[in-house]
Design a protein around this ligand. Sequence first.
Ligand SMILES: [Zn+2]
Ligand SMILES: [Zn+2]
Length: 381
Amino acid sequence: MQKPPLIWLTTLVFAITFLVSVIGVPWYGLTHGFSTTLVVAMIATIGFAGISITAGYHRLWAHKTYDAHWSLRILFALGGALAVQNSALHWSSDHREHHKHVDDNDKDPYSAKRGFWYSHIGWMLREYHASRYSNYDNCKDLQNDPVVMWQHRNYLTLTLLTTFGWPVALGLMVGDIWGAVLLVGFARLVINHHTTFFINSLAHMWGKQTYTDRNTARDNGWLAFLTFGEGYHNYHHIFSADYRNGIRWWHYDPTKWLIRSCSWLGLTSNLKRTNGFQVEKARLEMQFKALRNEGGISCETTMERLQHEYDVLIAKLRQYYQVRKQFLDARAKTIAEQMHMPTLNELQKQVEDLRQAFREHRHQFRELVNASLRKPSEQLN
Ligand SMILES: [Zn+2]
Ligand SMILES: [Zn+2]
């Protein structure tokens, strides 16, 4: 099959910035050296452009996982232009198609099933999806956001101003224009580009399928470190309405931390989170599925018993979250009306007991699984 025509401008931008970064930047570093100020400025610029994509383009605009004050939206629009990844409207349109048709080689703009090169960068180099951008009708909501539309109309000007204007201005300030253009202009852009592109390529290939195996998305802590927290991509694909990607406190997700901290300042609001029951249930389902697929348990009675224990575990989990919700609602009401303290205390005790019971049952279930894998016939007869 003949490939669609090359998009020369995009291809040249990627090729030139890459070549200058791998040849020109080390050469300048060895012959002239880079000042600490420039290195710090490069890291800060990577952070600003990168997080504008993850917190702004991705979690705010493409997925609507929270609301943001106009001042923050303007910052994200500027940082997004600096990241050189097209306008927020265009980016979100692609990304919504990616979620809707994930892994479909024809409809997913960067389907990982078409290989690393295609999902990483190849999809942008040719006219694969040109027909889709006539009216951005999958982003009607974003067309009502004046900041999104302002950035879309002025994308080229904003991109040129930020990507060239900032390094040149910095270079004038520190007295090293070439150093600033090479490090904060070229190298910074290439790092921003490829770390974001890893989310479409590597985050669909390398890591664990913690919550679902219905698509190729993976959870990977290393990738989270390189992508401002977007490496928990398996979680993200199943619960994409959640403003978090890394949901545990030890998960590296600076994008989540930024959104949350901004909510304390009144800059973000309406932060959406997935119900804990759904998350835990998806995780247990995958664990049980892996156990069945391992094939280590051949005895049918054992399998039946495990299935029964698993069903009980899910029922306990559901009960725990139901009572927990009752408790949280009652607590909110009690605080508002300052009454019914005994009911609240009783509910709190129930929640604690149920959580304890669920944890004990989960522990027993795991023991049972391990025992059945070791000695399938002896242990359960
Ligand atoms: Zn997404
Ligand atoms: Zn994805």
